[in-house]
Design a protein around this ligand. Structure first.
Ligand code: NOJ
Length: 624
């Protein structure tokens, strides 16, 4: 048997509640700051426009269908811009809407300068950009330039013959041969979507490299013509149409180095092995990014947020985000969303404890202190399970409290804040009962089938895989947006429904139900975004300090900046927990339980008792 039996499915620190609680009737937000004592604040230096921004990520396939074909589209996005403005969003990030065969949901681009027809047209994109700008919002696109689709004309030319001028635009290698003469790929590298990273091309007798699907060949960044073509087609084309920057896909994999070595064996059941050591953060990475800035980005004041997997060392991350070096504005470092993933195989869920989570938050909050770097605050995107289900509780009695508790945490963190569509209404993971046939993501589906083949359909192993997918799988985030309680969650008018099954609980969790309700998760997020903006000097820019970092039940941290101090107290369990207020003189500003003011008044000294999944935010004008 390959896998350890599936471990305890609940987080180690959660357990049955010791008493029953009613959902809060009202939330607590304290009176406005005007009533607070004021002390002089240090003037805030001028910062780039994107640091204080709140970014909202849209996954086009699943946001809003405007024409009844079951798939989201650009006019659908345009119809919801006022909704985003109302929430307090400053930047809209659109995941790939370019023309694509959709092997990897648009991360396989066949034409950077065209829009996937079911999503709309380039003119629709221009309308979208204009509509955002008219409302003082910016737009960023996904920049997917580590690879293209195999249907891109560059690759079609490249594969047409060994002496085609574009042959060297992709990474081609001759085979190796085993002692018995068997043809072997150049290395044993494992691709992200299972199987190897090399595809044999019979007509030209060479392998090409694909770190992702075989339909996503890697571009050869060593070739200057390739780089210049990327800058023109994928970047200038859209910057000239007014986009304000890019989220840069797998930004640290362009430079593969020159040596193609076999990766060490850490998963002996398979020939292919994880090999990011050999292709991530390669020797010319920083040179390429400086060039990209110099030739393109600096001429547009464009923002970039790079996706930086496999980079746990803060010094290495700083090499990318130091402002004076002009490479990337900021990055997504992935420790927080990698929590619970297996080491050799992503979808081998491992239980974890709260100190791990807190340590990661603290590390990536503090790494920029005293530097000219910048950071991001995020816990969801289109590649992750939903944060309520992963980090808190999606049980009916705790779901709303959990959503608000996490909203308090996220909006109090330093860095540019990213919210993923549906996070603002507390969308949760797929139910445990959904079979693999409901999943659409190439990564999840390929992984399931590779394990099924390898274990001869072992039921216990496949159950473990399904459980892991239900927690970590990318499809959790890709379910259609839940707009209202009508058929198909108001996402589409198509009788047959959306391209992907809608969540079973959309009647209860949807936008229409929450927007007008001052006690809803949506209203809470909106209020927290407003508070974050009002106190940006401490919430967006402040210095972070964690307390009792080994405590497995609660997370208490402070932020300091602009002459203000904030303390955040969070209970990550379904039981009452005692915590200590680390400083004196702070006033309660926010709570996810309506009656928190009474609880605060009866508190003795520094001790506080937090109820299940309770979150509180305290503030004081004046530092400690
Ligand atoms: C990262 C993207 O977020 C993911 O969705 C995609 O599959 C890979 N990069 C490949 O582009």
């Amino acid at each position: 048997m390959l896998y350890v039996p599936f471990p305890l499915l609940q987080r180690a620190s959660s357990s049955t509640p010791i008493f029953h609680i009613d959902l809060p009737r009202t939330l607590y937000f304290s009176p406005p700051t005007a009533t607070m004592p004021t002390t002089p604040t240090t003037p805030t230096p001028i910062t780039p426009w994107w640091k204080d921004a709140v970014v909202y990520q849209i996954y086009p396939a699943s946001f809003k269908d405007s024409n009844g074909d079951g798939l989201g589209d650009i006019p659908g996005i345009i119809s919801k811009i006022d909704y985003l403005k109302d929430l307090g969003i400053d930047i809209v990030w659109i995941s790939p809407m370019f023309d694509s065969p959709q092997v990897d949901m648009g991360y396989d681009i066949s034409d950077y300068e065209a829009v996937y027809p079911p999503y709309g047209t380039v003119e629709d994109m221009e309308t979208l950009i204009r509509a955002c700008h008219e409302r003082d919002m910016k737009v960023i696109l996904d920049l997917v330039i580590n690879h293209t689709s195999d249907q891109h004309r560059w690759f079609q030319e490249s594969r047409s013959s060994r002496d085609n001028p574009k042959r060297d635009w992709y990474i081609w290698k001759p085979p190796r041969y085993a002692e018995d003469g068997t043809r072997m790929p150049p290395t044993n590298w494992r691709s992200y979507f299972s199987g190897g990273t090399w595809e044999w091309d019979e007509p030209t007798g060479e392998y090409y490299l694909h770190l992702f699907a075989k339909e996503q060949p890697d571009l050869n960044w060593e070739n200057e013509d390739t780089r210049n073509a990327i800058y023109d087609s994928a970047m200038r084309f859209w910057l000239d149409k007014g986009v304000d920057g890019f989220r840069v896909d797998t930004v640290n994999m362009y430079s593969k180095g020159v040596e193609f070595l076999d990766a060490p064996i850490i998963d002996p059941e398979f020939y292919e092995q994880p090999a990011w050591l050999y292709y991530a953060n390669g020797p010319r990475m920083h040179e390429f990014l400086r060039e990209m800035n110099d030739k393109v980005l600096k001429h547009y004041d464009a923002v970039t947020v790079g996706e930086l997997p496999h980079t746990p060392d803060p010094k290495k991350v700083l090499d990318y985000v130091g402002a004076s070096d002009k490479q990337l504005s900021m990055v997504f470092q992935f420790d927080i969303v990698d929590i619970g993933q297996g080491v050799a195989r992503k979808y081998q869920f491992q239980p974890w404890k709260l100190p791990l989570f807190k340590g990661i938050v603290a590390k990536w909050q503090q790494f920029i202190e005293g530097t000219d770097g910048w950071t991001t605050a995020f816990c969801e995107n289109h590649d992750q399970g939903r944060s309520i289900s992963r980090f808190a509780s999606d049980a009916p009695e705790y779901r709303v409290l959990s959503a608000k508790m996490l909203a308090i945490m996220m909006t109090a963190l330093t860095g540019t804040l990213f919210i993923y569509q549906g996070q603002e209404i507390g969308m949760i993971n797929v139910p445990r009962t959904w079979p693999i046939s409901e999943f659409r993501d190439i990564e999840s589906v390929n992984f399931y089938h590779s394990i099924a083949a390898q274990t001869n359909n072992d039921a216990a192993t496949l159950d473990y895989v399904m459980r892991s997918l239900q927690i970590l799988g990318r499809d959790n985030a890709r379910l259609p947006m839940q707009w209202d309680a009508s058929a198909h969650a108001g996402f589409t008018d198509r009788e047959a429904g959306a391209w992907m099954r809608v969540h079973d609980r959309y009647g209860e969790i949807n936008v229409a139900r929450q927007v007008g309700d001052p006690e809803s998760t949506w209203s809470f997020w909106r209020e927290m975004i407003r508070l974050r903006r009002e106190h940006g000097e401490v919430l967006v820019h402040g210095a972070f300090e964690g307390f009792e970092m080994e405590n497995e039940e609660t997370f208490v941290f402070a932020k300091r900046g602009g002459g203000k101090t904030v303390v955040v107290m969070l209970n990550f369990t379904g039981e009452e927990q005692r915590v200590e207020m680390p400083y004196e003189g702070l006033e309660l500003r926010v709570g996810n339980y309506g009656d928190v003011e009474g609880a605060e008044k009866s508190a003795v000294g520094r001790a506080r008792v937090l109820r299940p999944w309770e979150g509180r935010l305290y503030m004081m004008m004046g530092g400690h």
